[in-house]
Design a protein around this ligand. Structure first.
Ligand code: FES
Length: 138
């Protein structure tokens, strides 16, 4: 028996897990309604939101749940379509851009891909599509 690999050295990806450390099958998140933000444990255990973009499709951008102001975690508010930080009131649009401070940097992105019912999370090192610039976290 060879256990399935849990990391991919070619791009630094790891498998998405739940907070207990169990690998989450992609089908579990993809069975949620379109627009669902599902929280998983991502790179270095950082809680990360995955978005069900369409039926059977995850957004290839994951959003790290770590406020760029002082690092609080925050919920998704589906009614306002925003991530809203409870600590000092920062708000972010669905793509993680700042809508209201005090945060002044967009939320960190990670790359998401689905293969064989597994979800891989890799570091985002390319241009930040929201700013057109090099990501602040690289
Ligand atoms: Fe989120 Fe201050 S830590 S607004």
């Amino acid at each position: 028996f060879v256990p399935p690999k849990e990391s991919d050295s070619s791009d630094g990806a790891i498998l998405a897990k739940d907070k207990l450390g169990h690998v989450i099958p992609a089908s579990q998140i993809l069975s949620e309604p379109v627009g669902t933000r599902a929280l998983i444990a991502g790179l270095a255990g950082e809680p990360t939101y995955l978005t069900v973009k369409a039926n059977g499709i995850l957004d290839d951008r994951g959003i790290v749940n770590n406020c760029t102001h002082l690092g609080c975690t925050f919920p998704w508010n589906g009614r306002d379509e925003q991530f809203q930080c409870p600590c000092h009131g920062s708000r972010y649009s669905p793509d993680g851009s700042v809508v209201r401070g005090p945060a002044d940097r967009p939320l960190k992105l990670v790359r998401v891909r689905v293969e064989d019912n597994r979800i891989w999370i890799a570091p985002w090192t390319d241009i930040d599509p929201r700013t057109g610039a090099r990501p602040w976290w690289v």
